[in-house]
Design a protein. Sequence first.
Lengths: 329, 324, 294
Amino acid sequence: MTEDLIRVENLTMHFPLQKGFMANLFTREKKFVRAVDGVSFAIRKGEVLGLVGESGSGKTTTGRLILRLLKQTSGEVFYRSKSITAYSSGEMECLREKMQVIFQDPYASLSPRMSIGDAISHPLRIHGVADGTKARELTLAMMEKVGLSPASFLYRKYPHQVSGGQRQRVVIARALVTNPDFVVADEPIAMADVSVRSMILELMVKLKEEFDLTYLFITHDLATCKYICDHLAIMYLGKIVEIGPLQEIFRNPVHPYTATLLDAVPVPDPKFRRTHPMPKGEIPSPINPPSGCSFHPRCAYAEPACSLTVPELVDVGMEHRVACPVKAR
Amino acid sequence: MNPGDTILSIQDLHVEFPINIGTVRAVQGVSLELKMGEVMGLVGESGCGKSTLGFSILRLLRPPGRISGGKILYRDRDIAAMDRRELLALRGSKIAMIFQDPLTSLNPLYSIGDHFVETLKTHEKGLGRKDALVLAERMLESLGIAKDRLHEYPHQMSGGMRQRIMIGLALIMNPDLLIADEPTTALDVIVEAQFLDLLNDLKNRFNLTIILITHNLGNVAQLADRITVMYGGAIAEVAPAGSLFHDPLHPYTRGLLASIPNIRLDQPKLMTMPGSPPDLVDPPAGCVFHPRCPHTMDICRKERPPIAARNGHLVNCWLYKERP
Amino acid sequence: MNYSMARGLARPIRFFAGMGRKYGVEWWILCVGALIIIAILAMAFFSPFIAPFDPYRQDAGPQLAAPGGPYLMGTDNLQRDVWSRIVFGSQTILRVSVLAAVISSFFGILLGLISGYAGGAVDRSLSLVMDAVYVFPGLILAIALAAMFGPGVLNITFAVAVIYIPTYFRLVRGQTLAIKQELYVEAARAIGAGSFTILGKYIFPNVIATTVVVFTLNVADAIMIEAALTYLGLGLPPSIVDWGMDLAMGKKYLPSGVWWLVTFPGMMISLLALGFTMLGEGLAEILNPRLLER
């Protein structure tokens, strides 16, 4: 049985709202942005879990919490069944050799004053994997693998001197150069040109096979998920509303929000024009989420109980769990 | 004018940006006919010239950008040659435009009502503030927004609502033509879908012709009647929506469609197009797509392809034209 | 000039012309500034070969002779050749102002980086100290420090250096605070880099461009302060050749029509300061990171 590579239990992140000096004097209650509110899931080795949500869902924050780039308000993170929640910064720094990240904006995630070769080889030096000429060799090999060719020519170039697609390749190379187990990809194609996106996706699939990687793929685009993910977790206002194998959820979306999301995805084919209207309303503020089930004000199936109790994830078969007492019956 | 008549005719338009490293040829000889009542999707990647084309219709190009050739005929008047007075009367009242980021398109210091009043008073000099606000209220109603939000300020509204205000401002003078430049790029998926529904609804109610500029092929599939695909500053293909998606002719269109994840299809592999978009300062000779094309012929490297008509499509490709 | 000489000159000429076209007038300002500095630097390095007389020699010529003949800039009241004193004086002023700028920048940048990155109590206390020093009018503080430290080249250098530390501190702290939020710093943390590595390899290289410009302008300012201090009689013993001191000394003879004791030192001070200012302004345009973006 494949073990859980990553497990998250009741992860919570409440950002305190900064208020002005006077406001702080006069109000006693503190306001929080409930970015992540009690999230639990596990990712097995070799899986690609898609973490899907719109803005305010908490998906990006969850990614950062798993990598411990942010300190959580409460909850635990396990890597290979060991709790890493209480790791010191020194221990965490060592662990980063095995847990890596690909950010959304390749231009912003590379230092403008560092050459491509230096940027990619830096993790090698940090973790003592290689130094000097050996580091350079490994870097050049990695660059060829991700399609940065000719490697020796591009080694000395700076981020602003190469194209957007190449920059994203650099970021991917940097993430994989220390041979990690687990990679968090935070909207890796959102800022790329349309014709470059397929290249990045294909590259990620190829490298997953080659390096035996496990991905947490954070995105708002279900179409991309369908291509690369095998499991899905749908988030809404800081909570997971549905989680399970991707094919299962696509075949049978139980939670009303999931169904709406699937319906809303624009299909590049006029044959599949949406004929029925979208539900009204927009995502509420994560500072003041609705009581009970956060989706109830927009839900066509809401019952009186929905505004009172926060729903738990319930098993509906085939490892498919849903947080909706109405629809999961 | 009747539906089906040509409302906008762009003829051999050239737009360039002379900058210090050279001249960027953003739009190179684009010709397009827009029929009244249709939704024309203008698609392409960043740098293909679609937004530049959209901006040049209303001569909203930022300097040093300028129209260096061609005509833009709106009901037989050439916008490119209009004097300033005529142009200002045209903008916002006959042809309107909405932009990508509603937060920066609205003035944070003015209330929503103020925005409407300003637009109305600019085009109808004698209109008083009270009357203008009444018209604004009616517009908000058709957008599904509560009337009392006229007193609010842009930062108090959500992204989707701001974008709806933008449409309201654009349509308040009942224009013929609406140009929408990437209107949903900054919106969430569900809000995006709501917005497209709204656009469709408004199109029918206000008898609009719409140019929808976007890089999202899913959106144009949802809304457009005809689609124009642009690449490297030139048109690659123009076709009715169904026909474009099911029988794409231009190699770029084919490559593009095959590289997009489609939630309704089983796609074992996504096609990747080698190379990257062309340098517009020094574009490739001949067909601008030839360095990345799997079907490049000798003539593609030397001469720009003429427009060929095939199966109801207009294609800019040597594959479809008999060699001279 | 034969063919190969012309060929050899062609490349540098093309380089200069190319830069000029690319950056416009700022490039030429930079060149002029650099030229001035190089000339005066040469003056300082090759003083014994350029100066016709020993600057200390008190019988070089007649007393208070006007410029002309063997005395390019005339002589002073102690019968010393003014031109020779100008030549040797360049050493002092350059030494003090450049060294002061180096010391300032070293401490200012280091403390700014630490303060900006660490935040919290460290940041607040350092900022408080720096703000206190910054708020003091520079010249007055320099005078106070010079008086406190006593005479000597090194003392005057330190006095001048202290005034500028807050300038670098504030600049670097501000930039560090901004860069700390950038995605590439978070990315650096994500690959496992420790705080010192992040400061040294990710933050510092992105901060240094603006500090170079501040450095050159700093030297220009330090020149003026140094001259002012020595003019006021603080800091340097009479055994050192210095433009500011000579200017102070020559002031007495102005009413009698002896203009060359004041004009030439004054002109040199201004010229050197101008040179560094022009270099700084020119560099500001060239090093502007926005130009590096595509």
